[in-house]
Design a protein around this ligand. Structure first.
Ligand code: HEM
Length: 193
């Protein structure tokens, strides 16, 4: 199931914005630099999630160290593993596991971008411009592809769950939603430019 979902999501992205081999090599070449900062990034990431009531509520008692370990493991594998279909499928699975815990796209994507913020500051402040630009472009191509799988995977899982429960397939659901969206657009014309 995750194989097809992942392939369909990736197929919707134009080749010109996909992660390239050169990006993978650049990122893996920068792995030492990123690993040196991984403890700091991880602590900052979870300080935010555990310091905000709504996100803290998602976690179980005593879960922080396990979550820090899985986040570090994710970064380590991302910067050492071959980036292939299997890697992307794993990202779709990571999305699914977050859906199970009630973590929505808004917070997942925002926090992935927070990692990007930390990385931008570290790279810009410590790496010569000729190397900094390709590293940051490579990271953005990677992390935004992960975001695409998380966000689009979320929608697919909802469709598949609804179809499994009610027999309403994706095409019918899309048509039903389209009718409602038309009504919502009509009701919100004051925002039209
Ligand atoms: C940069 C964004 C994120 C990445 C890369 C990430 C990565 C991961 C990974 C790799 C796992 C382990 C999956 C497994 O067991 O196979 C995990 C689990 C988990 N993450 Fe995240 N995560 C992110 C954002 C978040 C956010 C924003 C929250 C909470 C608001 C969160 C809460 C959790 C929880 C509760 C689990 C345990 C899921 C379970 O096994 O029940 N994560 N995450």
């Amino acid at each position: 199931m995750l194989t097809v979902t992942t392939q369909e999501i990736l197929a919707d992205l134009p080749d010109s914005v996909k992660l390239r081999q050169i990006d993978i090599e650049t990122l893996q070449g920068a792995r030492g630099f990123i690993f040196d900062r991984l403890d700091l990034i991880t602590t900052s990431f979870y300080d935010i999630l555990f310091g905000f009531e709504k996100t803290e509520a998602v976690f179980r008692e005593g879960e922080r160290s396990a979550r820090e370990a899985s986040f570090k493991h994710w970064v380590e594998l991302t910067l050492t593993k071959e980036i292939n279909q299997e890697y992307w499928e794993w990202q779709t699975y990571v999305g699914l596991i977050h859906v199970k815990r009630g973590i929505k796209n808004d917070i997942f994507v925002r926090m992935l971008n927070y990692v990007t913020e930390l990385l931008v500051a570290e790279v810009v402040n410590n790496v010569p411009k000729e190397q900094a630009v390709p590293i940051l472009i490579a990271w953005l191509r990677l992390s935004s592809t992960v975001s695409a799988l998380i966000v689009q995977g979320y929608e697919q899982f909802y469709h598949q769950a609804i179809e499994g429960m009610t027999g309403i397939d994706e095409q019918l659901l899309d048509r039903l939603v389209a009718v409602e969206i038309d009504d919502m657009v009509a009701a919100n014309q004051q925002y039209r430019m």
